[in-house]
Structures are given as structure tokens and as C-alpha cells.
Design a protein around this ligand. Structure first.
Ligand code: ADP
Ligand code: MG
Length: 498
């Protein structure tokens, strides 16, 4: 007897359809799985056998062949257990389910036949809908996230033993509630009011948030760089619901949803020992890296100079294109990664800065360090903020402006950008052509031209100044860029404020 069932294998953050074909016929008892299974898929044999028996079904003592089609696609993970078990029950005459070929199933099986959650349930439900399935059967833990996908019935199944009743319609499963999407920062998230003093840094943070610009903070240890970075998500505009769904889809594929959608924009701060694959993703099938986990949020690289050179190099292209492209033999996968890059670094190896009389660094080592700093992505970063130690009066003084107040201005500035550039876009993403079209008052243009000639700016620096000036004008609610706004933009690129 032959039976088929539909399931999925996770590839990056998307699910690819897999057809499970099970053939049970006479011969020496055996159980083979073919069709490029990985070790976890092959081990389904043991789980399925035990689950069947422990749920009171019979494990057919015949020759069983499971084929996973298409045979050219690598299948990974334990998520195909449920579909294999269902098709095997059907092929051995223990499950009469006419609709089996119209539903999709995904789930891992425990030895007692209960279901265990799989990664990527949201992507799986969406792929099932695209593939025209009527329903997707998933473990109970996965059902709320799968229900985020609209337009498909989600059936929450707690164990294999329920399948016959589901097939005959005796058991009508309840429709699971979809997880609520949280668009804004969760209550109790760290607030920018904690950052005392540092007006220059605050301004840089606000401009970065308003235009989606990347930011590098350079200053001595303990000046509040990490503190400031961790407050950034709280001043960013709330996610649009499509964006929140993208964030949830990525979290789901990495198995990080855990019963709740992440609140607001992600904030990822990987350690500096991270490998290129850890940062941008890799492996077969490709696993998302930190850059993808930071999609629509913030990627914070603390101690930028300590990061491996190859890791930072790997980040360059994704930073500009907003996606990671992973080449595999015969195919190319891309993972989304539109994040804001925030980095922090010490000014010299000892961290005090050359201007400090206590700095004991030899000039050559400072030079080498700064060479590393400018090699390390610094030319791709829009804003350079020099941070100094807060004074006693500042650190002992009152709280700074709260995140809610700053966020209001940021949102207003983003609305102006969306009206000009289109929904979801910000100034940092302006193409060179769009940057040239910014409304520039003559004095502002003259200031930029003068500096361009005097400091021999690069073409990239020229466009970057335009983008920054546009963001500052948007924050001020101005229709064109004035001289003062251009001067502020140029100031945000100066490492030393003198
Ligand atoms: N400007 C500041 N306002 C409030 N607290 C500060 C400030 N700067 C430093 N601190 C305190 O010092 C600690 C260390 O700051 P941190 O952000 O880790 O410094 P950095 O990353 O620059 O080395 C913070 O947790 C905070 O308690
Ligand atoms: Mg720090």
C-alpha cells in the first residue's frame, strides 16, 4: 500500500514543501528513509516506531520505504516525524483519512506519541497556505505562532493518538488564538532618561534613530556608550505590523518565539569573538546569523576593534544591501537583514584617549589601533560621535529627557521621510540619486562644496552628509536643508570636536 502526506523542511527562514511517500509491502521487515535526509530525519525511524506502538497502533512488520520528495532537496530536522507517522498509518490501513493529501503536517514526536514543537511554524503555515493546503496540523505549542499566518486553518494536535478522531471528524479541534503582535517596545524597557549629560551623544542618537543611520561612538570606558546603545530601541518608531510579522517569522525559524512575540524592535549585541557565520549566517541548510536576528532593529557591536576582521568584512555587503546572500552549491539563499548598526570603540588601546595626560599608549600603537578602527567598517558608518567622560555635575545631576519624548520627534521625522520616499523607507536608505535631489538652500550647498574641496571628501562622504543633513532638517520640520543643518551634519562626522 502506498500513502502520501505533505510536510516541510526549514531552509533559512522559509519552509520548503516536502512530499512524504510511504510504501509498505511484503518482504523482510525493514524501515528505510530516502531522499537526502539528515541525521535527525533518519532518526525519525526510531521515534515513529516507538510513538506508534505506545499509542496503541501496530508497527507493520513489513518492508517500509519512506521517500522524501523532491529527492534533490536536503531535509533537515525532526519536524517531519508527524507526517511520516501519518502516512505510515494510512499506508498500513490503520488510518482512513481521505483528506490526508490536502492537509499539511509538521511536528516532532516523542516516544510516547505526544507532539513536540518545531522551529519555523509561522513560515511552515505560510508555505502550507501558498501550497494550497486546507489546513496545517501542528504541535499545540506551535499553534499560536502558526495562527499568525492568515488564510489557513491551524489544527493544534497534542498527540498521535488523536489522528484517527481528527480524520473521521469525531474530534473537532479548537481554533488556536494567534499570538498578539507587539509593535512597540515592551513596558519596562530601559529608558533614555538613564543617560545623564552627554548632550552630543544624545543628539547623535536622536539623529541616528530619526534617519535610520548607523552610529559609531568613540570614547573612554565607562562613559555610557553601552548604556546609550541599549536605549536606542526605545526611541525608534514602533514596528508596522508587516515588519512585526517579519521579526516574528525570523524568531520563529530560530525557535525563539517561546509563546510570545518579541516586544518591539530586536536589539542584538553579539560578543566580539563571533565568527563570520555567526554574524551573517551560514551552514547547510543556512541558519540566520545575528544580522538577520537584528532585522528591523539594532545590531550593536561593542568594542568594535576587538571583532575579528573577517567577521566585519562579511558584514559590509549586507549592511549596504539589507540582505545576506549565502551561496551554496547550485543555489543561492538570501536572508533579510535591515538593521541599524551601532558600534562602540575606545579611542586608543588603553581607552583614555591621546588627549588624556594619563594615556600611556605609544604613538605607534595608537596609530595601529586607529588604522584598525578605520578599516573596521568605520567608512560605512554614517555618524561618528566622540564621547567623553561625564563630569561630576552631569553624573550627579538630574535625569535626561525620557525616551517617550525623543521618540515623538523621531516618529514625526520618519513620517516626513515616508511621505517623500515611500512607506517604510528612511533617509539612510536614500539612493545616491535621491540624495542629490534633497532640497538644499544655496548657503548649505556652498558649505558642503567648500568642505568637499578643502577636505577632499570622498563621493560617499558627500552623499552621506546630504543624507544626514536631510534627517536633521526632517527633525526640525524644515522643508529644505539650511546652512545650520548642514553644519550640524558635518559636525556629526567629526571624530574630534576640538
Ligand atoms: N552618562 C551617564 N549617565 C548615567 N550613567 C552613566 C553614564 N556614563 C556611565 N554611567 C554608568 O556607568 C556604567 C558603565 O557605563 P557603560 O555604558 O557600560 O560605559 P561604556 O560602554 O562607555 O564603557 C553604566 O552602567 C552607568 O551606571
Ligand atoms: Mg561598554
Amino acid at each position: 500500500m502506498l500513502a502520501t502526506a505533505r510536510t516541510f523542511t526549514l531552509d533559512g527562514i522559509s519552509a520548503r514543501p516536502v512530499r512524504v511517500e510511504v510504501d509498505v509491502h511484503r518482504g523482510l521487515p525493514g524501515f528505510a528513509i530516502v531522499g537526502l535526509p539528515d541525521a535527525a530525519v533518519r532518526e525519525a525511524r526510531e521515534r515513529v516506531r516507538a510513538a506508534l506502538v505506545n499509542c496503541g497502533f501496530e508497527f507493520p512488520l513489513r518492508r517500509i520505504v519512506v521517500n522524501l520528495a523532491p529527492a534533490s532537496l536536503r531535509k533537515a530536522g525532526p519536524g517531519m516525524d508527524l507526517a511520516i507517522a501519518a502516512a505510515l498509518l494510512s499506508a498500513s490501513g490503520q488510518l482512513e483519512w481521505e483528506a490526508l493529501s490536502q492537509v499539511a503536517l509538521a511536528g516532532e514526536l516523542a516516544l510516547d506519541g505526544s507532539t513536540r514543537p518545531v522551529n519555523g511554524a509561522l513560515a511552515i503555515a505560510e508555505a502550507a497556505r501558498e501550497g494550497g493546503a486546507e489546513a496545517i496540523v501542528l504541535p499545540a505549542e506551535n499553534a499560536p505562532e502558526a495562527a499568525l499566518a492568515e488564510g489557513i486553518d491551524v489544527v493544534s494536535l497534542d498527540g498521535l493518538g488523536r489522528l484517527p478522531a481528527l480524520a473521521t471528524g469525531e474530534w473537532e479541534p479548537e481554533r488556536p488564538e494567534a499570538l498578539p503582535l507587539q509593535l512597540g517596545a515592551p513596558a519596562g524597557a530601559p529608558d533614555l532618561a538613564d543617560l545623564r549629560g552627554q548632550p552630543h551623544l544624545r543628539h547623535a542618537l536622536e539623529v541616528a534613530a530619526a534617519g535610520g543611520h548607523s552610529l559609531l561612538m568613540i570614547g573612554p570606558p565607562g562613559a555610557g556608550k553601552s548604556l546609550a546603545a541599549s536605549r536606542l530601541p526605545s526611541i525608534l518608531p514602533p514596528l508596522a505590523s508587516v515588519e512585526a510579522l517579519e521579526v516574528a517569522r525570523i524568531a520563529s525559524a530560530c525557535g525563539r518565539l517561546g509563546g510570545a512575540t518579541p516586544g518591539g524592535r530586536p536589539f542584538r549585541a553579539p560578543h566580539h569573538t563571533i565568527s563570520p557565520a555567526g554574524l551573517i549566517g551560514g551552514g547547510t541548510p543556512p541558519r540566520p546569523g545575528e544580522a538577520t536576528l537584528a532585522h528591523r532593529g539594532v545590531l550593536f557591536l561593542d568594542e568594535l576593534c576587538e571583532f575579528r576582521r573577517d567577521s566585519l568584512e562579511a558584514l559590509r555587503a549586507p549592511l549596504e544591501s539589507g540582505e545576506v546572500s549565502i551561496a551554496r552549491a547550485g543555489s543561492r539563499r538570501s536572508l533579510p537583514c535591515r538593521f541599524m548598526l551601532i558600534a562602540a570603540a575606545n579611542p586608543c588601546p588603553c581607552g583614555r584617549g591621546e588627549a588624556d595626560p594619563d594615556c600611556s599608549c605609544a604613538p605607534v600603537s595608537v596609530q595601529r589601533y586607529q588604522g584598525r578602527l578605520s578599516g573596521a567598517l568605520a567608512d560605512r558608518i554614517d555618524i561618528l560621535a566622540a564621547v567623553r567622560q561625564p563630569s561630576a555635575a552631569e553624573i550627579g545631576g538630574g535625569e535626561g529627557e525620557s525616551s517617550a519624548d525623543v521618540r515623538e520627534r523621531v516618529i514625526a521625522a520618519r513620517e516626513r521621510q515616508e511621505r517623500r520616499l515611500g512607506p517604510g523607507r528612511c533617509n539612510a536608505e536614500m539612493t545616491p540619486g535621491e540624495a542629490r535631489e534633497c532640497a538644499l538652500r544655496p548657503q548649505a550647498g556652498a558649505l558642503l562644496a567648500e568642505l568637499y574641496a578643502r577636505q577632499r571628501l570622498s563621493g560617499r562622504a558627500h552623499d552621506r552628509a546630504l543624507r544626514l543633513a536631510q534627517t536633521i532638517a526632517d527633525l526640525a520640520g524644515a522643508d529644505s536643508i539650511g546652512e545650520d543643518q548642514m553644519a550640524q551634519a558635518l559636525q556629526l562626522r567629526r571624530r574630534d570636536r576640538g
